[in-house]
Write a new protein. Sequence first.
Length: 71
Amino acid sequence: MSEILSLVDIIEQKLRKEKELAYYEEELRKLEKKMFFLKKEIQMTNFIIDAVRNEKDGQLQKRLEIINKED
């Protein structure tokens, strides 16, 4: 009879672990989704920063050309 009980315990433990694994897999999916959107936000921010820098560089270049023409 003790063999049957230990087998039942093992099966119950297995089921608990499978349930726990399913929980962590779902949490991982949620975290991966959050990471995806955070990475996209960072990419967008970097794009905006680069665009602003390029615009400033372009304006600076135009101003230098005007100054050089005046000299």
